[in-house]
Every structure is written in structure tokens, then in C-alpha cells.
Ligand binder design. Sequence first.
Ligand code: PLP
Length: 402
Amino acid sequence: MEPAYLPNKEGFYGKFGGAYVPEILYKCVTDLQEAYIPIMESDDFKAEFRALLKDYVGRPSPLYFARRMSEKYGCQIYLKREDLNHTGAHKINNTIGQILMAKKMGKTRIIAETGAGQHGVATATVCALMDMECEIFMGKTDVERQHTNVERMKMLGAKVHPVMTGNMTLSDACSEAIRDWCCHPKDTFYIVGSTMGPHPYPDIVARMQSVISEELKWQLQEKIGRDYPDYLVACVGGGSNAAGTIFHYVDDDRVSIYLAEAGGHGIDTNHTAATMHCGTEGIIHGSRTLVMQTADGQIEEAFTISAGLDYPGIGPMHAQLATQGRTHILAINDDEAIYAGYELTRLEGIIPAIESAHAVAALRKMSFKPDDVVVLTVSGRGDKDVQTYLDNRKMAKEYGEF
Ligand SMILES: *Cc1c(COP(=O)(O)O)cnc(C)c1O
């Protein structure tokens, strides 16, 4: 049996995962399935990946003891600072790795989907770095509401295609990227942005992001004299920063894992993105997983204040770990996330991405002993969300004044 953080040969984590792709992509996907592990395990790849993570991204990202947050919650809280990475979030860890893989496979053209534009920017960044042609698919609604990121991508030399199908958001952008891949299977590498999509993507992305928990091991050893925490906390959209945070701890029962998904207006409303609370088994973007869908299998639109968590599916690894009870999944509503974002800002001087604020909000729903060591991943910085925080500040009133 595989450890719980790895899929079997067919790409399944328990009953979730697999590669459900159209005939025309079959060869692309099997080529990648055969190539990815040998590439990732080659000394060549490892050396290049390590060097870029260090000098270009700025890794290791600090593990910071948050004294005032710790006092507030009555435990020992450490923040894993992915917000300090180049381009402002964890996504760059994955795009650096995948572009190196694309080059090793002789591909010349890169495509990617993006919702909030964070993965689009991280992809356009590494394409500039590696001098590769870059085309980004983004729902037209998102193009309009994430204007700055669109301009960043263009400045980096990428071509941005507004997608006009469906709700014109992330899910539609994924479908369009897959469609483009079908038309250019030979020269094009699709850089997927989270632990989703057909096998081997969920495994590729989890391995690229596993640098987060690899660093946690020695950073905790240095700071507290043991290499594991009592609790890990992270937010989940498709699941990549969470997968990276838990990767080296999934089989360690001493570590409790709490993941925050976006409740939107609440899991008992139609305005939610809490896939693991509200989803049922189905297939989305090439993978069997939990999906928010109607009784007859139409995919439903996700809703949350946080563009980066706005996805009606979830990576198959998380569907499996949650179903088997290894991870605890909390749904965090918009107002709770806004409050938590202000709280971290005022207590520690760190403005988190609204996505990461969902993880911070999870703390209020957990209970701790004073000696408990909690590691919370701050997946990104909140510069992009300042307007959202200001516009929605009143929402957080019932929890306290800021
Ligand atoms: C994209 C994004 C997320 C959600 O994606 P995951 O794959 O679930 O990690 C979370 N935080 C930030 C800052 C993001 O940009």
C-alpha cells in the first residue's frame, strides 16, 4: 500500500483521483505519467529546482513565532511565511518546478488557467525567466475583477485569453485550458495550478509544494527541539498549499490536521465553496473527487469572497483524507475570514491574503492546551485584497471592532 499522501499507479488516492481525459490527450497524459518521477528524482532537476527556490523565490520561507497570536489563543503559534515568497504566495514553488519539467520534456509553449490571477502571474513569471511562450486562460468575470493581475501577466509577456463560457470564472478557465491542450498536444505543457486535474497533476503539484513541510521539519527541530507540531492549519481551494504543509506529516498520528475551506455565505446557503462539506462524488477536470453539483450532475458555481478558493472541486488527495477522517475540515464564512484577516494584521503586522485569512479563522474553532505547538501556513500576502478588506470591514463587526 502507498502512504496516504501518494496515489497508486493509476493515480488514485483511495477511490478518488485517476485520469479521465478525452482520447486526444491520452498520449500527453501517459507521457507525463511516465516522465514525471524520473525527472523529479534526477540530480539535474533537483539541483536546478533547489537553486531557484533559494535564490529566486527566497526560500526557505521563515517559520515565525507569533507571540501575540499565541497569547490570544493560549498555545504556541508559528506562521509558515509563504507570503514572503517572490510573487507573494506559495504558487511559485509549483510553477518553477513544472516549467523545469516542461523544458526537460522538450515543450516550447506553456498554458495555464487562473482564477484570481495568482497562478497566472506565477506562471507568466517563470515563463519570462525561462523565455517560454505563455498563454493564460481566465474567465472574463475574473479578468474584469482582477485587473491588476491581468496587467502584471501582460507586462511579463503573457497572452491572456478571457473565457466567455459558463459563469466565466475559474472552472470555465480550466475547461478552456484543457480544450487548448487538446489542440496542441505536441508542443504544449499545461502548468496546472493546484493539486487537481488528471493524474499525475495532483501528485506533481503536491510534491513540488512538499518543500513547505520539508522545511518545517528542520525549522521546528531548530526552534522547539522536535520536528513535528501538534497541529497543522492551512486553507484549501484546490489544495496545494495544504498538501505541501501536510505532505511529510500525513502518516504521523501525533500531528492533527485542520484545513479551512471557504464557506462563503454559509454551507446551508447556495453561496458557498465548501466542497468537502457540500460536494458529492463526481468527475471534474479529469479527476474523480468531491464536486458541488446538482442532482443530475451539473457542476454548480462556487461562491466565496476569496477568488483563490472559488472552485467547485477539490484535489483528490484531500477528498480521500477528509473522507477517511485523517483531516478535519472547517468551513469558514466570508465574515469570519475578514475578521481573521484584520486580527492577524493588528496583532502581528502581517496582512494575509484573504485565502490565508480562512486558515487564521480556523483557530477560533479549535481548542488548545498552552503547550500545544500550532503551525499555520500563511499561503500568501494580502496586498491584492486590501480593497476587499476595506469594503467588507463592517461584515466582521459581530466578532469585534477594528
Ligand atoms: C491560489 C491560492 C490559494 C488556494 O490554492 P490552493 O491550491 O488550495 O493552495 C490559497 N492561498 C493563496 C494566497 C492563493 O493564491
